[in-house]
Write a protein that binds this ligand. Structure first.
Ligand code: SF4
Ligand code: SF4
Length: 313
């Protein structure tokens, strides 16, 4: 089994994953009280996908019959160069390039293909920020990072700018040790968060988070929060940028995650002049396309309230 584990990890590196860990499919029942309370107090801000399939999230064997093991794979998206912030609107780094769902899923599918060649016929399913999977809980159990006070998965040697891919398989794999918490007395993320969304360590107050407000919220951004966007129009990286473990982040080498050339050169003037047809063309393959032109424009003007009509989001 050790030999298989070694081959899987070696292949994961060859395919461009930064970290790979695995664990047994024990249920996540221990987390049930936490998630139940989270949903009960509407901590998910009504985002239905966090609520649906609750039992499946607790029990991966309801997602893949006979699932025995879970593999967590991290894909680095820390950019080689940040888009200049002077006189500019700011995008979260994960949204610089092509939609990660597709890019990471392609890699996960290649990984599953390798496993089928290596281990013969077996069942496996790949997920990236999709499906009824508690990715962060599994990533910690697989030992690739811990869920920090900013609620993100942090790898001790390379920080938190990662997408998480998860594979469920009916293979029996030798488990890695789960990662432990290394936040210690640090509180940089909560102190730096402009909206107080991390006032309770390890719990994100979703409605107060700039990422939620600029990406998910279909209504008006509350005035109190709008004044704190500070030119952020899609997502927010503050609680990652200040995390000491991100001093160890190294640039990704994935061309698909680089920004389209016009975006690298955009400054406020170009953003403000951006038309909807140009938005659709430039961001055709971007995660930004998902939230749409109107929401991006809404965040650009802290004082103008754009009403998003039903069906426009
Ligand atoms: S993403 Fe920004 S607003 Fe959200 S918790 Fe982090 S620092 Fe706060
Ligand atoms: S900034 Fe500090 S407290 Fe926050 S996640 Fe990073 S290490 Fe943990």
């Amino acid at each position: 089994m050790s030999d298989l584990k070694e081959r899987i990890k070696t292949e994961s590196l060859r395919l461009g994953f930064s970290h790979c860990g695995m664990t047994r499919n024990d249920s996540l029942e221990k987390l049930r009280p936490f998630y139940s309370a989270f949903l009960k107090r509407n901590g998910h801000a009504g985002m239905g996908y966090l609520e649906s399939n609750f039992e499946r999230r607790m029990h991966p064997e309801l997602v893949l019959e006979g699932a025995r093991s879970v593999i967590a794979l991290l894909v680095n998206y820390f950019p080689p160069a940040t888009i200049p912030e002077q006189d500019n609107f700011i995008l979260a780094k994960y949204a610089y390039g092509s939609d990660y769902h597709r890019v990471v899923k392609d890699r996960l599918n290649e990984f599953v293909h390798f496993m089928k060649l290596t281990c013969g016929s077996h069942q496996a399913k790949a997920f990236v920020d999709s499906g009824a999977i508690l990715e962060k809980a599994w990533a910690q159990k697989c030992g690739v990072g811990w869920q920090g006070k900013n609620t993100l998965i942090i790898n001790k040697s390379s920080g938190s700018f990662f997408f998480i891919g998860i594979i469920l398989t009916d293979l029996e794999l030798e488990p890695d040790a789960p990662e432990t918490d290394h936040c210690g007395a640090c509180n940089h993320c909560a102190t730096a968060c402009p909206t107080g969304a991390l006032d309770i360590p390890y719990q994100l107050d979703i409605p107060r988070c700039i990422s939620y407000q600029t990406i998910e919220n279909r209504e008006e951004i509350p005035a109190e929060l709008k004044s704190k966007l500070n030119d952020r129009i899609y997502g927010c990286d503050i609680c990652q940028d200040v995390c000491p473990y991100n001093r160890f982040a190294s640039p990704h080498q994935i061309p698909a995650f680089l920004p389209p050339e016009p975006v690298m050169n955009f400054r406020k003037k170009e953003w403000i002049a951006l038309t909807e047809p140009d938005f659709n063309r430039i961001f055709a393959d971007s995660p930004i396309k998902r939230s749409g032109y109107q929401r991006l424009k809404r965040a650009m003007s802290p004082r103008i309230c754009f009403q998003v009509k039903p069906g426009q989001a």
